[in-house]
Design a binder for this molecule. Structure first.
Ligand code: NDP
Ligand code: ZN
Length: 177
């Protein structure tokens, strides 16, 4: 990665940390939200050996539009249209009812771009790990199981993209409670 790519990734980390600064994850300790985008970047870069700066930036930014006031235009202006488009590919439409959003993720996953499929895999790996290690404090066993099942249905649609990431996913899924 050259110096300007590294600078872009550092800027994405700084931007995401600022945008998520008041948010927490749903685990009992209410961990800082930014730990989750950092975990995606770590899975991609360290565990799967992905060096693509666009993908690493999008990993850091992937929940900014869905979960903060960030707009797609803001992402395009600061990080360029390719990163905006990639983030938008993995952004749910929060105006839809939750069940519909969940069904759409399964339906749209197969048609996603290659980079978006890698991003989805990393997101699902990290969320299954969180669900196994530090789940939302008020979720019962059935709800955690249903979450694993839904994630598996999404990931079935993106298989054949990156065997290394898919193996990492399978290890995370094997911890289904
Ligand atoms: P949600 O989408 O509301 O919650 C899961 C999401 O929360 C993750 O995808 C992740 O998204 C984020 N998250 C934040 N903290 C954590 C953490 N510590 N561990 C894991 N994920 C975290 O889930 P659903 O409401 O859809 O529930 C899942 C299943 O349970 C569904 O299949 C549903 O049918 C069933 N269910 C739902 C009920 C409901 O009231 N909604 C009630 C009973 C069952 P991100 O990466 O975007 O941060
Ligand atoms: Zn996420």
């Amino acid at each position: 990665m050259n110096q300007s790519d590294f600078a872009l990734v550092a800027d994405a980390l700084s931007f995401a940390a600022h945008k998520h600064r008041d948010q927490r994850r749903k685990d009992r300790e209410a961990s800082p939200y930014i730990n989750h985008p950092i975990a995606l970047m770590r899975v991609l870069a360290l565990e799967a050996g992905v060096q693509d700066p666009l993908l690493l930036c999008a990993a850091l930014l992937h929940d900014t539009v869905e979960d903060t006031q960030t707009t797609p235009d803001e992402l395009a202006e600061r990080f360029g249209p390719a990163i905006r488009d990639l983030v938008m590919e993995v952004t749910d439409d929060k105006s839809l009812p939750k069940a519909e959003r969940k069904a759409l993720q399964i339906r749209h996953a197969a048609g996603a771009s290659e980079r978006a499929r890698l991003l989805k895999l990393a997101d699902k790996i990290c969320n299954l790990r969180d669900m196994a290690d530090s789940p939302p404090h008020d979720w019962d066993l059935q709800r955690r199981r249903e979450y694993f099942d839904w994630v598996a249905a999404v990931v079935e649609q993106v298989r054949g993209t990156h065997s290394g990431l898919e193996q990492i996913f399978d290890l995370a899924y094997a911890r289904r409670p």
